[in-house]
Design a protein around this ligand. Structure first.
Ligand SMILES: [Zn+2]
Length: 246
């Protein structure tokens, strides 16, 4: 479930935590690529709607790997190289993720105040970045059964057509027909479902996973889609998670 507000969406699983900020921008907010700020004024405008300053944000290089970094306030304003996942356990630090078909996944543990984010494209999904993330979270003192998870807008299995080779590779790791399936003789992979199944196997409770029904390609009027958009019309959406200082 999600609620739409202006140029961003938020997730119902996090609604009862007013100090927690967790949103994903929509197409209307524009291209919010944060690695080297293609359009810094748009990022600034978007973050100011959330009462966040750009120098409070930590971003990641997003190289389609399984690596995760634990960050603290000293990393604010920086881009962490070589990772597709971030974890923080402090207030006043906001973790950023860019996506436009890949799967953004947000985590919150109300007990330890850990926040986290993953950027899961097909490589990171296959490499089980979810497992790496949970290992790191547990090292931070998080109990997996307390974790709340929101899987953000991404390309659905409906529209993510893949090669025979990729389908075969994915089947070896995710044998479920909900993850790898054929439609009209073409192979499709559901990356959101693959990550959800991984999280369930790792011990996250099913009622703690929020997967709004979204497909960036089917709902291209609302979201950017790397596959559906042209080079000229594509932009990156920005997801942010963090806890306000009190
Ligand atoms: Zn679709």
């Amino acid at each position: 479930m999600l609620t739409v507000n202006n140029n961003f969406i938020s997730f119902s699983i996090f609604e009862k935590f007013p100090e927690l900020v967790c949103v994903m921008s929509m197409r209307g907010a524009g291209d919010l690529y944060i690695k080297n700020l293609r359009q810094p004024e748009k990022v600034q405008t978007f973050l100011s709607q959330l009462a966040i300053r750009p120098d409070e944000l930590v971003s990641m290089e997003q190289v389609h790997c399984e690596h995760v970094a634990v960050v603290n306030k000293e990393f604010r304003g920086k881009t962490i190289p070589g990772v597709d996942g971030l974890i923080a356990s402090e207030r006043g630090i906001y973790l950023g993720v860019n996506a436009g078909d890949c799967v953004p996944i947000f985590f919150y543990d109300p007990k330890t105040l850990m926040t986290g984010v993953i950027h899961a494209g097909h490589r990171s999904t296959y490499l089980l970045i979810t497992a790496e993330f949970i290992r790191f979270a547990e090292r931070q003192g998080v109990r997996v059964t307390n974790l709340l998870v929101a899987i953000g807008p991404h390309i659905g299995g409906c529209c993510y057509e893949v090669s025979d080779h990729l389908a075969h590779v994915f089947k070896t790791r995710f044998p479920s027909e909900q993850v790898v399936f054929q439609t009209q003789n073409k192979w499709h992979v559901d990356l959101g479902e693959a990550n959800k199944l991984s999280l369930l196997e790792l011990g996250v409770l099913p009622e703690h996973i929020d997967v709004p029904i979204t497909c960036t390609s089917c709902q291209n009027d609302r979201y950017f889609s790397y596959r559906k958009d042209s080079k000229a019309t594509f932009g990156e959406m920005l997801g942010v998670i963090g806890i306000r200082t009190v």
